[in-house]
Design a protein around this ligand. Sequence first.
Ligand code: HEC
Ligand code: HEC
Ligand code: HEC
Ligand code: HEC
Ligand code: HEC
Length: 200
Amino acid sequence: MNKYTYCLYNGKRPVSWVSAILLVLALVFSGAGLAEVPNAVPPEGEHKGDDVPQPIHFPHDTHAKINEINCMYCHTYARRSKVAGIPPTSKCMGCHSVIATDSDRIKKLTEYWEKNESPPWKKVHDVPDYVHFTHEKHMKRFLFDNEDMEVERVSEVCAFCHGEVKDMEVANKVKPLNMGFCQRCHEANGGPSDCWACHK
Ligand code: HEC
Ligand code: HEC
Ligand code: HEC
Ligand code: HEC
Ligand code: HEC
């Protein structure tokens, strides 16, 4: 008997199958975190990106989920500029000069650091140059100026355009980020619709 069947049978009599199914659904959905970003209509559209071979297999889940490191601790610029930015190796070494130093991947990271180089990370998301995009405006609207939203929930805003990166081992493109995707979300959330907003 696993712990859930135990829960179901520890009363005077077994609960009905209907309530058992409802209970299981409730457990599944509470685990999936159904809370939504307030004052926002999430964008629609999925994409199946290929894995991008990176110089070091960097596990987002280990950092952002298991160790609960905030997305913006590493992607520092998202709040105030066009780009979100990839953290410099010095930021990694703040931890990895002492954490997991025996691992092959951290040895490779340390080699780059000692050569004064950054691992040549490959881009996963790339909109064409004729498209104007800025992280700052979106982070303001959906996070910092969103009065019902807690800043700790930042990853849910990132997820609009990048999916649940904290559950990914290696960052992958899972949203189309094409014109229709951007335009539909602008329409649903009161963003600009004129061509020149996105094509400067
Ligand atoms: C705030 C601390 C912290 C920072 C900053 C940090 N990491 Fe980590 N990293 C960890 C922890 C904790 C683990 C899990 C270690 C373990 O499981 O033994 C880890 C694990 C890893 C692993 C897997 C190691 C293995 O083989 O199991 C890699 C690769 C890695 N980090 C790369 C990086 C890179 C690259 C950066 C910079 C972009 C970075 N880390 C920044 C704390 C950090
Ligand atoms: C410990 C530092 C660290 C943390 C914390 C972290 N990232 Fe990253 N992120 C990286 C590094 C290093 C890369 C480059 C390697 C790669 O693309 O896999 C990266 C790549 C990405 C990319 C792909 C960038 C591109 O090239 O298009 C996205 C999107 C991303 N991160 C989002 C997030 C989100 C969302 C969170 C929070 C859930 C987060 N990251 C937390 C270090 C971090
Ligand atoms: C409204 C959509 C949207 C949101 C929200 C968003 N991004 Fe992005 N992100 C993009 C687009 C589009 C690109 C590609 C930009 C380009 O090619 O110039 C990108 C690129 C990136 C990159 C690659 C490096 C760079 O700066 O261009 C990282 C890392 C990244 N995003 C992390 C994040 C993180 C972390 C968050 C949440 C704090 C976030 N993004 C929120 C759309 C978004
Ligand atoms: C989650 C919904 C959403 C998605 C997805 C989204 N946007 Fe936006 N965007 C908005 C909203 C809402 C605003 C208005 C923000 C404000 O003014 O407070 C905005 C503002 C902007 C601005 C600033 C316009 C200006 O001049 O002030 C640009 C540029 C932009 N978006 C481009 C894009 C592009 C390009 C994409 C697709 C890669 C995209 N957006 C995806 C919701 C979204
Ligand atoms: C909310 C942002 C946004 C707005 C508003 C927008 N576009 Fe785009 N547009 C994009 C993005 C993102 C792409 C890149 C598509 C891709 O990578 O496939 C694009 C691509 C294009 C292209 C290249 C051809 C193609 O379809 O791939 C043309 C032409 C274009 N847009 C014209 C327009 C015109 C005309 C308007 C006004 C009616 C407009 N766009 C409004 C975001 C926008």
